[in-house]
Design a protein around this ligand. Structure first.
Ligand code: ADP
Length: 584
């Protein structure tokens, strides 16, 4: 039994015990009183019986039985009942009744006792007088034979009072018991059960189930308590909801950050991190264990240990070599103290793309300047010669002019390609591009037509081998330009007599293939072939007026249509350039 229940049940039990104790005490008192009364009555009547025996003895000795009878009959019967009984049990005289009506008294206990020589006192119900009596009998031996003198007093009044007292005690006990039962029932129903329910509900709430309903009893002493607990639970729920929503907002904010944010304990264990942090260190699941020792960022661990020692913040750029990728990281570290414990807050900003972009831009500018420089030098040189040389023959003059025209054309092509690329990049960045539906076979037919003259000039036959009637949403002109770039390249660089164009469907994509059977491209160039200004045959490309941007344009056009471009080539066997465009 719980302590609470001990207290609850202790009260009625104590009350019950008190009732029983009082009743027992009273009954014991009653018994003592009865015994004292009996003892008193016994003494009195024994004395009186003895006195009477002294008076009756001479009468009976002399055989004056009538005199003895008269003495008995005249005895003051209100005070004492006196009987003279013969040894055979017949009543000779009686102060209260006509002896003729009285039966043989040999069966009476007191008479039997007296005849046996033992003066006997007994309390019993008198059938002849219809009341409780205390009898005392003693043997009176006479010259005429043995007699029994019996004196009796009524015990009716005392017995009745005692019985009444006993009945009252029993009634009081019954009422007390009933009261105790009712009290226990009340406690069970109105206190213990609601308390039990309340305790269960509080335990549920404490275990985290805040939706637990608290029953508030309609009345009773637990009502107020249950109401208070319910209010408290409601407040707790509200506060917890506020805290949770605040925490969620912070977590969402942290997770939305492109920077990796991680909190490390002094032993190096990560205690909290955002999603970027988890991705950065490849941590799976929100409870994944991670220690700074495993960071693989050279020098970071030492810096972190120093920060823990000195408490000072740090900021530094790190280079991390990961299999094929070199990452540039800018890491900020700061010591924060929470509940007396020190933590290191790391913010990792990945600068790899930014650095790549920066180097890409400077490379691009260098490349463009380089590409512009050659034709511009030629043009300037030709113009200077025309201006300074007065003796130029008409042929020389027209040759120089032809050169200026060619180089200007080259410049023009270069600028056009750069502008095309810039326009493509801009389109790729614009969200929600609106494309018209176009027929891919028709687009390819037009691209082949655009290259037909050049193919004929170079003695290359152009074939459209496979045509699957496919349609996509796209920019027809850009796709034509991309395919034409591939066909022109095949005509210019492959030395193949045949260039085949085909259109097929692979799963959910349309695949445009431009295939030649020429010199092919070595594997070391294949990876970089789609980069701007990347050329395999540098001199040839320049001689032929190539800008080095044709394949970069192809790649961007494919990407603009959510697809990609790829090259499959075996040196000496030719090239297969593929543009893969998703149909959906
Ligand atoms: P370019 O303006 O030089 O043609 P591209 O980007 O179109 O620039 O092509 C890049 C380089 O790839 C070319 O300079 C050439 O060396 C090589 N190339 C392209 N297509 C083929 C091909 N079909 N066969 C062999 N080499 C090719």
């Amino acid at each position: 039994m719980k302590y609470r229940d001990k207290i609850l049940f202790g009260l009625p039990l104590a009350a019950g015990a008190l009732v029983i104790l009082f009743a027992a005490l009273f009954l014991w008192q009653r018994r003592s009183f009865e015994q004292a009364y009996m003892c008193d009555a016994q003494n009195n009547i024994a004395q009186e019986a003895y006195l009477v025996s002294l008076i009756l003895k001479p009468m009976l000795d002399q055989g004056k039985i009538e005199e003895a009878r008269k003495f008995c009959n005249d005895f003051q019967k209100d005070v004492l009942r006196l009987s003279l009984i013969r040894a055979d049990g017949l009543v000779e005289a009686d102060s209260s009744e006509n002896p003729g009506f009285l039966g043989n008294h040999l069966d009476r206990v007191e008479v039997q006792g007296a005849l046996a020589g033992q003066p006997t006192t007994v309390k019993r119900y008198s059938e002849s007088l219809n009341q409780w009596m205390v009898y005392h009998a003693l043997k009176l031996p006479t010259a005429q034979g043995d007699y029994v003198i019996r004196a009796a007093v009524t015990a009716d009044q005392a017995t009745r009072i005692l019985r009444l007292a006993r009945n009252h005690t029993l009634l009081a006990m019954l009422l007390g018991g009933g009261l105790v039962f009712l009290l226990t029932f009340y406690i069970l129903r109105r206190v213990r059960h609601p308390l039990q329910n309340l305790q269960n509900a509080v335990a549920e709430i404490a275990s985290g189930n805040l939706e637990t309903r608290i029953d508030i009893p309609a009345s009773g002493i637990v009502r107020e308590l249950a109401g208070g607990v319910s209010y408290m639970a409601e407040q707790l729920k509200q506060q917890l909801a506020e805290v949770t929503s605040g925490r969620n907002a912070i977590e969402e904010l942290l997770n939305a950050m492109s920077e990796a944010v991680l909190l490390f304990a002094e032993n190096g264990d990560a205690v909290k991190y955002n999603q970027t942090g988890a991705r950065f260190f490849k941590l799976k699941g929100p409870d994944a264990k991670f220690n700074l020792v495993r960071s693989e960022i050279p020098g970071l661990l030492t810096l972190a240990q120093r920060a823990f020692q000195s408490g000072e913040a740090f900021e530094r750029e790190f280079t991390l070599q990961r299999t094929r990728l070199t990452q540039t990281l800018f890491i900020k570290g700061r010591i924060i103290v929470q509940e007396g414990k020190r933590f290191l807050l790391l913010t990792i900003i990945d600068l790899t793309n930014q650095r790549k972009l920066e180097s890409f831009r400077s490379d691009f500018i260098a490349n463009v300047s380089h590409e512009l420089k050659t034709p511009l030098t030629c043009i300037i040189g030709a113009i200077e010669t025309i201006r300074e040389e007065s003796k130029l023959t008409p042929e020389q003059n027209s040759k120089l002019l032809e050169m200026i025209f060619e180089q200007s054309n080259r410049l023009n092509l270069l600028v056009q390609d750069i502008l095309s690329l810039a326009a493509l990049e801009k389109k790729q960045l614009a969200p929600g591009r609106d494309f018209a539906t176009l027929s891919l076979p028709a687009m390819l037919t037009e691209a082949i037509r655009l290259c037909a003259d050049k193919a004929a000039e170079s003695g290359v036959s152009l074939k459209f081998t496979e045509q699957t009637p496919l349609q996509i949403a796209g920019d027809c002109q850009l796709l034509e330009q991309a395919v034409a770039n591939l066909i022109n390249n095949a005509i210019l660089y492959s030395n193949s007599q045949l260039v085949e164009v085909s259109l097929t469907q692979e799963q959910d994509s349309a695949v445009i293939t431009v295939r030649d059977y020429g010199i092919g491209i070595a594997p070391e160039h294949q990876e970089r072939i789609f980069e701007r200004f990347y050329r395999v045959h540098k001199e040839r490309s320049r001689q032929l007026g190539g800008t080095g941007l044709g394949l970069a344009i192809v790649k961007h056009v494919a990407q603009l249509h959510h697809g990609y471009a790829e090259l499959r080539s075996t040196p000496g066997k030719g090239c297969e350039f593929r543009i893969i465009l998703p149909l959906a």
